[in-house]
Design a binder for this molecule. Structure first.
Ligand SMILES: Cc1ncc(COP(=O)(O)O)c(C=O)c1O
Length: 295
C-alpha cells in the first residue's frame, strides 16, 4: 500500500524551481549521465536526494563540480569546521593509514590513548573518560542504552522537533515529524515535551517548559533519561543558563540522566569548546560526535 509522505525541500523534490535549476545548470553530457546512473543504483533517502550535481573535489570552504564550478558550502554536515581537505588533517590521516590503519578495542594503541587524553583534558570537572562510537547517531544510541543500565529506568524524555539522528531509536527519542512519519511504532517509553522557546513556543516562558519536564517525570514514572540539544541546531533556539540549571536540578532530584547532545555545535563551532560551561553543572552525560563521555 502506498503511504502518504511528507514532502520537504530536501526530500524528493519535483518542484518547478528544481526543474528550472537543473535545466540551467546541468548542461554537460557527463554530469547528466552520472546523475542518471546515480538514480538507477541508489535508494532515494529522505532529506538528501535527489542529488543536485556531481562533485569532483573539495577544498577549504568550497566544493567543486566536475566542470570546475565552485560552490561555497555553508552546510558541510557540521563536520568540516577546519575546512575540506585541510592539509594538516590529510597528512595525519595518510600517516596513520601507513602505520596502523585499524585497531579493535581488544587492543589499544598510542594514538587512540593520546586522542582520548586530549579530549579528557578539554572536559571540565571530573569528566575524565571517553568512549569512541562508530558514528554520531551511535553515540546517541549508546547514551540511551547506558541510561537504562545506570538508572534501571527505560523511559526517555526529549523535545518535540529535536533531532538526534535517523536510526529507529534516535527518531524515537527525537521529535521531528518528517523522520517519524510512517515509521511507527516508535521505541516504547519515548515521550516528547514542548521545547523551551522564548518566543512563539507552546509555553510563553521557557521556565514553564522546565516545570512541565518535572511534571512529566513525576506523572510518568520510570524516566531514566532526558536528551536535549543545548542549542537547537534546526532553528537556533538558545535556552538560558537559568533554564539549564533548573533542568539539572530536576534531573538530579529524580535520578534522571541528562544527555546533552552537542553533536553539531561542540568543539569550537560556536567559538567556544562547548556550548554551555558544563563545569557549572554536575553529573552530566555528554554526547559528542564519535565520543561518549560518562560521568
Ligand atoms: C543534534 C544532532 N544529533 C545527532 C545527529 C546525528 O548525526 P549523524 O547523522 O551524523 O549520525 C545530528 C546530525 O546532524 C544532530 O544534528
Amino acid at each position: 500500500m502506498k503511504q502518504e509522505v511528507l514532502k520537504t525541500e530536501g526530500d524528493v523534490n519535483l518542484s518547478e524551481e528544481r526543474l528550472i535549476w537543473k535545466k540551467r545548470n546541468i548542461i554537460d553530457e557527463e554530469t547528466q549521465q552520472l546523475l542518471a546512473s546515480d538514480e538507477r543504483v541508489f535508494l532515494y533517502q529522505a532529506m538528501s536526494t535527489p542529488c543536485l550535481d556531481v562533485l569532483g573535489t573539495c577544498d577549504g570552504a568550497s566544493i567543486e563540480n566536475i566542470q570546475n564550478k565552485r560552490y561555497l558550502d555553508f552546510h558541510g554536515n557540521n563536520v568540516h569546521q577546519v575546512g575540506f581537505s585541510n592539509p594538516y588533517v590529510v597528512d595525519k590521516i595518510k600517516a596513520q593509514l601507513d602505520q596502523l590503519s585499524f585497531s579493535t578495542r581488544r587492543f589499544t594503541n598510542k594514538i587512540a590513548i593520546s586522542f582520548a587524553e586530549k579530549l579528557t583534558s578539554l572536559l571540565p570537572g571530573d569528566l575524565n573518560r571517553v568512549l569512541f562510537a562508530p558514528g554520531r547517531t551511535s553515540a546517541v544510541s549508546i547514551a540511551l542504552k547506558l541510561a537504562r543500565i545506570v538508572t534501571g529506568k527505560h523511559k526517555v524524555v526529549s523535545y518535540w522537533d529535536s533531532f538526534h539522528g535517523a536510526s529507529l531509536d534516535a527518531i524515537s527519542a527525537g521529535g521531528e515529524a518528517v523522520f517519524r512519519q510512517n515509521m511507527g511504532p516508535m521505541m516504547p517509553g519515548t515521550i516528547c515535551i514542548p521545547p523551551p522557546m522564548q518566543k512563539g513556543g507552546f509555553f510563553e516562558d521557557e521556565m514553564k517548559s522546565a516545570e512541565y519536564l518535572e511534571y512529566m517525570i513525576e506523572k510518568e514514572g520510570g524516566v531514566g533519561a532526558f536528551i536535549a540539544e543545548k542549542v537547537r541546531n534546526t532553528d537556533f533556539q538558545i535556552p538560558t543558563k537559568k533554564y539549564w540549571k533548573r533542568v539539572r536540578e530536576i534531573c538530579d532530584k529524580h535520578h534522571v540522566l541528562l544527555i546533552l547532545d552537542e553533536i553539531p555545535i561542540a568543539l569550537g563551532r560556536t567559538g567556544k569548546m562547548f556550548v554551555l560551561r558544563i563545569s557549572e553543572l554536575n553529573q552530566i552525560f555528554f554526547v559528542w560526535e564519535k565520543v561518549l563521555e560518562v560521568e
